[in-house]
Each structure stands twice: as C-alpha cells, then as structure tokens.
Design a protein around this ligand. Structure first.
Ligand SMILES: Nc1ncnc2c1ncn2[C@@H]1O[C@H](COP(=O)(O)OP(=O)(O)OP(=O)(O)O)[C@@H](O)[C@H]1O
Ligand SMILES: [Mg+2]
Length: 257
C-alpha cells in the first residue's frame, strides 16, 4: 500500500473574481516524485502554493475545496500555518538568496523557527548541505557571501535551507529552469535520492525532466473558458507514453517536436 500524503478535493483557485483553476482532485503519494506539467498560465504555480497555503500571502487569492495533508484539511481555521510550512517546504524558480553568508542562508530557516542551540544549528546546516550535494563545494567557505555562488549552487543552497528545517514534503516550482544541464543533473540526482525520505511535487516545463525523475505526472490544461484543469494524472510512463486524453497526447507530442 502506498500512503497518500496530500489529497485535494474539488480544489478551486481564484484571483479576485477570476477562477484560474477548477475542481482539482488528486492524490500525492509518499516517497515519490510527482511532476506538474502543462502550458504557461494554467495554474501550476498557484496549485503548488495552495498545498502549503502560500496563496494566503497573495492579495486577492482565494482557495475553495479541501486539501488534506496526512488526513487533515489544511484550510480549517485552527491550522497552524507556520508549522504547516515547516512540514511542507517550498523552493522557487529563482534562487531566493539572502544577503548573508552561505552558512546563515541555510541556518535562516532554523533561526526564524526559534532554534537557538548553535551546535544543533551547525549539525542541521551541515546535514542539509550534504543532502543538497553542496557541502563539498562550500565547506571551506561557509562564511563567504552566498551571492558569490553560481546560480546552480544558489539553488542547491535554497534546497538546503528548506531541508534544514526537516520537512516532510518538498514543493519545487521549476527549480532548474535557470540552470545549465550540469547543474540541472545535480539537482535531479539530489531529488531522486531525497524521495526515499521525502514526498516531492515539482513543476516543470521540461518533459525530459519529468521522464527522468517523475513517478507520477499531473497535466494541467486550460478549458474552453481558459480556466486551468487537471486533465490527466497517473504513473509517469502511462501519462507520458500512452496518455488517455487527446489534449495530453497533443501537448506531449508537441513538446517532443
Ligand atoms: N497574484 C496574482 N494575481 C492575479 N492573477 C494571478 C496572480 N498570480 C497568477 N495569476 C494568474 O493566474 C493564472 C495562473 O497562474 P500561475 O502562475 O499559477 O500559472 P503557471 O501554470 O504556473 O504558469 P507558468 O508556467 O508561466 O509559470 C494566470 O492567468 C495568472 O495570470
Ligand atoms: Mg508557474
């Protein structure tokens, strides 16, 4: 039996009066990588943000329906959103580096979560950097400014920052779209290793990336009113090689070219 970590039920997302995503019903399985694919503007990023209530921070954004995280609807009033976001962490498309040292960039998440024990912080920072496959490259210059790192390294640093707070689920929004193939491969290798212990949801515009790393694929597509819909989801080989929906087939074949 595979455990369901996240389940959405009739999830709708609005910005102001405009509905941008309609009736998403999907299960995200434990220790797997789920890739979210589809054309630009179909609500992939909005969907990802709805899974740890980051949409709460966007003026005008509204979510209806249910998102269960390990059996509990995260949109209930008494949910501790800060705690939720330590369980479900997020990495964005552009590396979000702070003007601090490499070390402090990773320690940041721990400090804002009130971890005070410096030995524990060091231990967690080191472990996170090792998991993000960055430790060997930075261990001798932890006090250097993080801006000196390459974009690929910065992205792994962001991943390390998220890992340092020991989340359960990782949400990644096109984490490699600004990276060269070599840096991309590093991140993909890290994700393949991480899925043994984490549940990962990644938005990608690269079908090849989905093929290389995804266990499951979710396809978002606009309907005739230009509202995003989850038109197909399932095991990645089935969705990418033998899609049921003709629109998925067209999209997949179009991307292959
Ligand atoms: N803060 C916002 N305010 C108003 N509309 C928004 C906001 N964020 C996104 N939208 C709109 O919602 C729709 C979905 O956007 P979203 O960023 O989720 O799509 P996406 O699938 O991630 O696109 P891309 O592949 O380009 O990243 C788009 O029409 C977008 O213009
Ligand atoms: Mg997006």
């Amino acid at each position: 039996m595979v455990n369901i970590v996240i389940r959405t039920e009739d999830l709708n997302i609005y910005y102001g009066k405009r509905k941008i995503l309609e009736d998403v019903n999907v299960d995200i399985y434990e220790n797997s990588i789920s890739a979210v694919i589809g054309p630009s503007g179909t609500g992939k990023s909005s969907f990802l943000r709805s899974l740890n209530r980051l949409n709460d921070l966007i003026p005008g954004a509204r979510v209806t329906g249910k998102v269960y995280y390990r059996g509990r609807n995260i949109y209930e009033d008494d949910v501790n959103v800060y705690l939720l976001r330590t369980r479900i962490g997020m990495v964005f498309q552009r590396p979000t580096i702070f003007p601090m040292s490499i070390y402090e960039n990773v320690a940041f998440g721990l400090r804002i979560n009130n971890v005070k024990d410096e030995d524990l912080i060091y231990k967690r920072v080191k472990e996170a950097l090792i998991k993000a496959a960055l430790w060997d490259e930075v261990k001798d210059r932890l006090d250097d400014g993080a801006y000196n790192l390459s974009t690929g390294q910065q992205q792994r640093l962001c991943l390390a920052r998220t890992l340092a707070i020991e989340p359960d689920v990782l949400l990644l929004d096109e984490p490699t779209s600004y990276l060269d193939p070599k840096s991309t491969k590093k991140i993909e290798d890290v994700l393949l290793k991480l899925k043994e212990r984490y549940t990962i949801v990644i938005v990608t515009h690269s079908l090849n990336q989905a093929k290389r790393i995804a266990d499951y694929v979710l396809v978002f597509m606009p309907d005739e009113d230009n509202v995003g819909r989850l038109i197909e989801y399932g095991p990645s080989t089935q969705v990418l090689q033998n899609p049921v929906d003709p629109k998925t087939r067209e999209y997949v074949e179009g991307l292959i070219g």
